[in-house]
Design a protein around this ligand. Structure first.
Ligand code: NG1
Ligand code: MG
Length: 540
């Protein structure tokens, strides 16, 4: 699996549907979207772009510390149908429908209303600056921001300094990834919209000099997601773009982006269950997601200082790089060449090294450092510290829990490698007899991950704790939150033969599911299988 691969562009519906598998009624959704597009815009779509959501099996909140994670794309996805719109040359900027480079965005979901936007030449103060062209993305939760984010990336990547703008587009969106559920509807939206604008501007054509690869699409989508206000790692975008059916994907970010399919042992089924607590990460980021990004970065800097590693004054060293630099001093290689068993050994040692992030003379579990204390421990001046760690991000906290966060990251990174090793060893061995035991061990790692997320990273919530507990009692071998947390979904590892009984039991026991049945119930708790990553369909 290489980041250099090109993004699949299908021109034949049979090939498209066979790539998507048969478990969901894809054909009906795709043809319904195309028909609805034609009804609304009085022309056929030229492309439909697809990007799936993802479930993360294990490896939570460690992608932005540059540690490897184990997600898989889910079958649920975002689809965007699009076609170019004729705009007379040199038409005026108003009305926006006729403006050069303009976009009319509609959504099958009526609560997301029709939006029209176009880039402009003149920047105002709030606008993000791109040489030549600008597009306003307000820092508030609006559905079209995700469409704009994709557009902006393509604008910046392919049209900077150009006199010509991207071609005007009409588009229609539909999605089956529940929003705010930890299944990364946001990344699916951003990947799908980035793909839409790439496709329609000819950047996926084999003949284009600037042809975009999977790796490039992941990078662009990561940047684009930041434009919507979340300083995310790259897990969701990589999973949405690079996943393959039937395997989880081991994604690394250090020293570069790689994705290796990792087969799950036979007999293991993933069941997703929504806590029904909706986490609006874009709104709460200053108190949770972005705060965790800062806490892990500051922890890394202080740890590096204790370990006497050289760190540039303005460098935002990550916890993975601290480990890499340390190992490099000892064995001369901290990067790709480091064998996984050595990395596991080093990670176990880091679990002890993080003790230095605890305050001297106290073992208070809730300990956190104030800003002033962090500045002092970092060895930077207050100005430097502010510039490197706080100036670019909005955080809202008086205390920063560096020890707990770093402890979670190193232990979680180790669990990912242990999980992957169990999967690979099982695939390599011909005997199936150990399989029940392997599933138990995988489940235990997931349970340990949940404990660490709840106690140390503090990204769980009472409902997620309750739901994972109920899941274990109902027969899950392991159960944990998936995605950012603070609400959203849990993922449980359930033996195949017990899936129906498991779902029934959880449905009866988790109080928020009371009264739900049929489709309403299967919207909130359902089995899923690792499925394929993003693609584009091109109409004749
Ligand atoms: P969610 O909130 O589930 O999309 C977020 C980040 C990931 C990763 C996880 C936690 C975005 C787009 N994604 O996922 O990069 O850090 O949290 O493991 O912000
Ligand atoms: Mg998200």
């Amino acid at each position: 699996m290489s980041a250099q691969e090109s993004i699949p562009v299908y021109t034949n519906l049979t090939d498209l549907y066979s790539s998507l598998g048969t478990s969901l009624n894809h054909a009906e959704r795709w043809s319904n979207l195309a028909e609805e597009f034609e009804k609304r815009f009085k022309k056929k779509p030229t492309y439909i772009a697809r990007a799936p959501g993802r479930v993360n099996l294990i490896g939570e909140h460690i992608d932005y510390a540059l540690f490897g994670v184990l997600p898989a794309a889910v079958e649920r996805d975002i689809l965007i149908a699009c076609a170019p719109r004729d705009v007379p040359p040199n038409s005026p900027v108003e009305p926006a429908e006729n403006a050069p480079g303009s976009v009319i965005a509609e959504n099958l979901q009526p609560k997301y209303t029709r939006q029209v936007f176009a880039p402009r030449r003149k920047p105002t103060e709030e606008e993000v600056h791109v040489e030549g062209w600008h597009l306003e993305i307000p820092q508030e939760l609006r559905w079209e921001n995700y469409v704009k984010a994709g557009y902006y990336g393509v604008l910046e990547e392919h049209f900077t300094g150009a006199t010509q703008l991207p071609i005007p587009v009409d588009l229609l969106v539909t999605g089956s990834v529940p929003a705010g559920s930890g299944l990364s509807s946001s990344a699916a939206m951003v990947v799908a919209s980035t793909l839409t604008f790439l496709a329609i501007n000819g950047k996926l054509e084999a003949s284009s000099d600037e042809k975009v690869t999977k790796g490039k699409l992941v990078k662009m989508s990561m940047e684009n997601e930041k434009r919507v206000g979340v300083n995310s790692g790259g897990m969701d975008q990589a999973a949405s773009v690079m996943s393959v059916p039937s395997s989880v994907l081991y994604i690394t970010f250090y020293p570069s982006l790689t994705a290796s399919p990792t087969p799950l042992p036979a007999g293991a089924v993933l069941v997703l269950a929504h806590s029904l607590v909706v986490a609006d990460k874009a709104l709460t980021a200053p108190k949770n997601y972005n705060l965790r990004v800062v806490e892990t970065l500051v922890g890394a800097r202080i740890l590096a200082r204790h370990l006497k590693l050289t760190v540039g004054a303005t460098e935002k060293i990550t916890l993975r790089e601290v480990l890499g630099r340390l190992v490099e001093e000892v064995v001369g290689d901290g990067g790709d060449g480091l064998a996984e068993d050595m990395l596991m050994e080093a990670l176990a040692k880091m679990g002890e090294a993080v003790e230095v992030l605890k305050p001297v003379g106290t073992t208070h579990a809730e300990w956190g450092a104030t800003k002033e204390e962090m500045v002092e421990m970092s060895g930077l001046s207050a100005e430097e510290f502010h510039k490197v760690y706080l100036s670019w991000v909005d955080v809202d906290a008086t205390h920063f829990k560096l020890y707990k966060r770093a402890k979670h990251v190193y232990s979680e990174a180790l669990r990912v490698l242990q999980f992957r090793k169990l999967c690979l060893d099982t695939a390599a061995s011909s005997s199936l007899s150990s399989s029940a035991d392997v599933l138990t061990q995988l489940g235990q790692l997931m349970n340990d991950s949940q404990t660490s997320c709840a106690a140390d990273f503090q990204c769980s919530c009472p409902e997620l704790d309750q739901l994972t507990g109920i899941a274990r009692e109902a027969g899950a071998l392991g159960s944990r939150l998936t995605g950012a947390g603070w609400g959203g979904c849990t993922v449980s590892l359930v033996p195949e033969a017990q899936v129906d009984a498991f779902i029934k039991k959880v449905a009866e026991t988790y109080p928020p599911y009371k009264g739900l049945e049929g489709e309403a119930l299967s919207e909130v708790i359902f089995a899923t299988r690792p499925s394929v990553g993003a693609c584009v369909y091109k109409f004749d």
